[in-house]
Write a protein that binds this ligand. Sequence first.
Ligand SMILES: [Cu+2]
Length: 317
Amino acid sequence: MKFRLAAALALAGLVLVACEGGNGGNQIPPPSGPLTWSIVAGASAQSEAVQALDFYPNSVTIHAGDTVTWTNFTSIPHTVSIPPAGQSPPPGRPNPAPVGGTIFDNSAYISSGFLLNGQTYAVTFSTPGTYAYYCMVHPPEMNGQIVVLPAGAPLPTTPQQYLTAALADQTLDLQAGAASIQQFPYAPGGTHLAAGISPGLPGTQPSEPTVMRFLDDTTANSNISVSVGTTVTWTNESNNVPHTVTFPVLGQAPPAGPGDLVPPSGGPAYDGTVLTNSGVMSPGQSYTLTFTKAGTYAYYCLFHDGPTGMIGTVTVH
Ligand SMILES: [Cu+2]
């Protein structure tokens, strides 16, 4: 039944085209319907240690009526949040739940909520215009743009060209992230560690790549060994994301994140008996702890200790 209806509509279309073709040519234009365009939200490498905080491709030009799908293949959440042109997304904590429907017509804000682990978000753009969109989890660096042209207008780039450029851009960002580990600014194997790192280090423009690891050297080693009484310092050497340094009571799991909802706790020393938490460490901020009792202590970033694996150990002997 559906097939017959479709065939009938197609036939009617042919008749219409034939009637409109004033000079009797028998060329029939190729069928042109709405297209679907694919964008990747974020990318990762090295067991998610290196994360690229961007949309690939970053700017896509489509026709009104086309659909864009975003997919996040990483395990850290991203959102696709689209305010009407010229407006900002709502302030405050990122909303994990979707807002609005699947059509964007420039009249109201819509958002995917949290996407992760292969989840997809599809939006049909009905109205010509230029629309900036944002990941609410990773401001300010993670944003993109959709340019919607009237149906039938020439498009500058084919889907295949976008795919090629997107893969190249993603590769460059992930390579730059991995290379930033070489910028580790302290003596390797010492008592000053990095809680995350990114190209350019703190004080530079937020970069798109970031390394979600505790680092004690230029190999992303997260496990150190010190003697009783040693003071260890961590500095967030990224320019783009917050981290925490959190030691739970020995043998216990860390508190559930995200890190900005768990208050700082504990004192300047740690012996395994009290939850000891830096609180949010913004880019450039440091945290110092003295270890007073022998043992092996696991510690966690409460933003990134899930599948991203931002976990280290301090062995005190
Ligand atoms: Cu972290």
